[in-house]
Write a protein of this length. Sequence first.
Length: 155
Amino acid sequence: MSNDHRIKILFLASDPSDASRLRLGQEFRDIQERLQLAKYRDQFWLEQRTSIRPGDISQALLDIEPHIVHFSGHAKSTGELCFEDELGKIKPVTSHALAALFELVQKQVSCVILNACYSKIQAEAIVKHIKYVIGMNQAIGDKAAISDRICCGIL
């Protein structure tokens, strides 16, 4: 099956140096491993972008043209997702800004997963444009985030 017919999953990871460290490489590896073990593994194509800065998101969406976007990283209790600046430090992005970006790709992206604490606010903004969005309404530990996602079958 060619890449044009696969469900494309874009894994975006951001782990700023001035935030608590996350095991995002392990999370990507676990997703990749689960896909490899799946019966219909040839129907999926998984691509990753790491150390994501705000400007990288739109470029990745244009380059990959994903159907599913999975963000893993930090968020503030105010709902802003934490990307990285040029020095690798926290660069928060508002729910309004990300929702506006997803509005532009709403015919392409059908699902957004925000694996970050307090990402419910972002999810509520994005769901106005994307049919399926998953966010978290509280803090969750790194190990639990990886485990819950795998156990529930969420990619």
